[in-house]
Design a protein around this ligand. Structure first.
Ligand code: GCW
Length: 701
């Protein structure tokens, strides 16, 4: 082959590889992908009054990182002495005190009023002499870091950078991730590899990943992290582990992240340092006070304790006939001198209690309203059961006006197809917050973060971490806006509208193929993978799917009206009244609150049986649609991430079909009704679906 032919061939091979396809992205950068911005005038200088605290340094470093990548050139750094001027077009970072000291900008100082310790102001400035610059101002250093991330976001999303005027402050004070990470590095309900915390190597080895974790969280305004599983171990409160937690706290502190620990109620007893764990025993209270003092000596800004007590076999104050409030208050007293808090979980249900499981947290906690110490926050799951694809809001939001309540969402997808299914949870969070927001004083998110390169087990699961953070900052934010923002930063502005469209349909698809019309908790035993509506032989009644769907030859659904468990009475009277009638109950909660005959007439004109089948089919169809939409996006997405998502969507398509087929096979065996014309019969017998087993499913100890 003559040389020019080879050249032509080589060029021909290269041509189909667009720049986007050639780049092999693995998702590690999350939404903090800074890419060359062509044709945009970017700041060439970052200016500040003093070299600053580690937090200000973190802000400067992030701006440098972003500008270096977006402008292709390192910005200069100027520490301005009094009276000195920034270069034209610079980014200027200044706290309120520094603004005051520099003598000018009274108007700016006024704009900082009401922004609190964490808010920021981002403003394009033009001085009388025509000099332009961008001001990032805040009352405290952490606001400067949040403002720096906000500026970088504006640049990433292609906003006009010469007309910025944004005042922003978080609406909730506590915005906290809950890691269900065990000390052996496994993660309960984790689908993203091992725990990010390499406990064994800590405190001496501090992985770069911890800093990248802190950057990602700070970019969303998340300001706390509970390092270990709520199913906690006594060892976490021993000296070596406190030292490990302190090392992490040191790394995370500049980014505004406080460290908290989950503690096991019976720790002093199990460590053989007390003879009981009774909260009213003075020796026990003293032990906790000493322990708190010990922690604060090495973690001065320690956030406090998260506690799962008398829940799913965990010990608690009720073992000593004390109330949750007595238990929480004893710990709160130990933390109060250091300004720490107790986040006491309300996720309780007891096997010996025959009442509807959905009622039990309310029954235990509502009477305790007003009995908790001021530094106790009661942490309530979003719904009365357990992180299902859809639940009505937990009735405790609205029933404890004297107690600060923390909303607990699951970011990891224990019940929504793990990290292999695409389900954008922004819509789930938004739906819940719409009903609960006035009662929410803080937000906790069960993290989906692990040591996988994508952090969250899949590219799209990163969006759930993102949405949680955004909604913790502003519970009134809209899921669609968040999806657009995330997709614009994580993929590209061009692809964002289509990606957001796909995300917005994804969670409803899961609801449709798993648990339509208010059905719930039909997943496989223990691991919660796949359908198992037939299971009815587990030791505790409320562990059985049959307990929840109550299907028999005449009908289906859980009667939670006055003729049944009357869980409805736990809601505001007007709502309870309206929903006591199935015709006034939103279809998405129908079988949650009502037991209805199979031939019940739905508003669509179909029978309940036919409607149920239609939902399963539309769930499967929606996943097929998501697959097609993703396929159409191929030219806009880098090859590796496109293919990784496509593989997962193919798995999801199969799993949706399996859910649909197994559920129909089972419910038909109960209803004994024929399938209406056009509804495909499941390809296998019910026995086949029942015979499937999944040893070693992830996330389940
Ligand atoms: O959803 C259930 C999970 C458990 C979890 C528990 C809880 C940490 O199946 O794995 O335990 O909730 O929230 O405490």
């Amino acid at each position: 082959m003559v040389i020019w032919q080879r050249v032509v061939l080589a060029l021909a091979l290269l041509l189909p590889l667009t720049a986007a396809q050639a780049e092999q992205e693995d998702g590690y950068e999350l939404w903090l992908r800074y890419r060359t911005l062509a044709g945009v005038a970017l700041p060439k200088q970052i200016a500040l009054a003093t070299p600053g605290s580690p937090t200000v340094q973190a802000a400067v470093q992030e701006l440098q990182r972003g500008l270096r990548a977006m402008a292709g050139k390192e910005p200069s750094l100027a520490v301005l002495s009094a009276g000195a001027q920034p270069a034209s077009g610079a980014i200027v970072l200044a706290t309120r005190t520094q603004l005051a000291a520099s003598g000018g900008q009274a108007a700016v100082a006024g704009a900082l009023e009401g922004l609190g310790d964490e808010g920021y102001l981002l403003r394009s400035m033009c001085e009388p002499n025509g000099r332009r610059y961008t001001l990032i101002a805040a009352n405290k250093d952490i606001g400067l870091l949040y403002g720096a991330f906000a500026w970088l976001q504006a640049a990433q999303l292609g906003k006009r950078l010469d007309a910025l005027d944004e005042r922003n402050a978080p609406k909730l004070a506590r915005r906290v991730l809950n890691h269900w990470d065990n000390l052996d590095r496994t993660v309960e309900r984790g689908y993203s590899g091992e725990s990010i915390w390499n406990w064994w190597e800590l405190p001496d080895i501090r992985d770069q990943r911890y800093i990248d974790y802190a950057r990602a969280n700070a970019s969303l305004g998340i300001n706390g992290t509970v390092l270990n599983n709520v199913n906690s171990k006594p060892e976490i409160l021993t000296a070596p582990w406190i030292a490990k937690a302190a090392a992490l706290a040191d790394v995370l502190r500049p980014y505004g992240l406080r460290v908290y620990l989950s503690v096991r109620w019976s720790t002093p007893l199990e460590l053989k340092q007390t003879r009981t764990a009774d909260p009213l025993d003075p020796q026990v209270a003293q032990w906790w006070r000493d322990k708190a003092d010990e922690i604060y000596r090495v973690i001065p800004d320690f956030g406090g304790f998260l506690v799962k007590a008398n829940s799913e076999g965990q010990p608690g104050p009720q073992d000593y006939h004390r109330t949750h409030a007595e238990g929480a208050n004893m710990l709160a007293a130990a933390l109060a001198p250091h300004k720490g808090i107790v986040m006491w979980r309300a996720f309780v249900y007891a096997s010996e209690q025959p009442d509807d499981r959905a009622k039990q947290a309310y029954s235990d906690f509502a009477p305790l309203d007003g009995k908790f110490a001021p530094n106790v926050v009661v942490q309530v799951k979003n719904g009365p059961l357990d992180f299902q694809p859809r639940e009505p809001v937990h009735p405790l939001f609205g029933a404890m006006p004297k107690t600060p309540l923390m909303m607990e969402f699951q970011v990891t997808k224990e019940y929504l197809g793990f990290a292999t299914n695409l389900a954008y949870l922004g819509t789930l969070y938004e739906e819940t917050l719409r009903d609960a927001a006035p009662a929410v004083a803080g937000m906790a998110g069960v993290a989906n973060i692990g040591s996988s390169r994508t952090w969250s087990g899949s590219h799209f699961d990163q969006a759930n971490w993102y949405a949680f953070g955004r909604l913790a900052w502003n519970p009134q934010a809209r899921a669609r806006d968040i999806a657009l923002e995330w997709a614009g930063r994580t993929f590209s502005a061009k692809a964002a509208p289509d990606i957001a469209g796909l995300m917005m349909m994804s969670r409803e698809a899961v609801v449709d193929y798993m648990t339509p019309l208010g059905l719930t908790h039909l997943m496989g035993t223990g691991h919660h993978y796949g359908p198992a509506p037939w299971v009815s032989d587990l030791a505790r009644p409320e562990w059985n799917p049959a307990y929840y769907h109550r299907a028999h030859s005449k009908g289906i659904g859980f009667d939670r009206t006055a003729t049944g468990s009357n869980a409805l009475a736990q809601y505001a009277p007007a709502l309870a009244q309206r929903w006591s009638d199935p015709r006034n109950t939103p279809p998405e909660y129908l079988l949650w609150f009502h037991h209805l005959p199979w031939d019940y007439a739905m508003p669509s004109g179909r029978t309940l049986w036919a409607e149920l089948l239609a939902h399963y089919d539309s769930g499967v169809a929606a996943v097929a649609e998501m697959q097609q939409r993703w396929q159409r996006l191929k030219p806009l997405i880098d090859a590796r991430r496109h293919q990784e998502v496509a593989q997962r969507l193919a798995v999801q398509r199969q799993e949706a079909q399996w859910w649909r087929d197994a559920s129909i096979a089972y419910f038909q065996s109960v209803s004994k009704l024929p399938l209406p014309a056009g509804v495909q019969a499941p390809p296998h017998s019910l026995e086949y679906y029942k015979s499937l087993h999944f040893p070693f499913a992830p996330g389940h100890g």
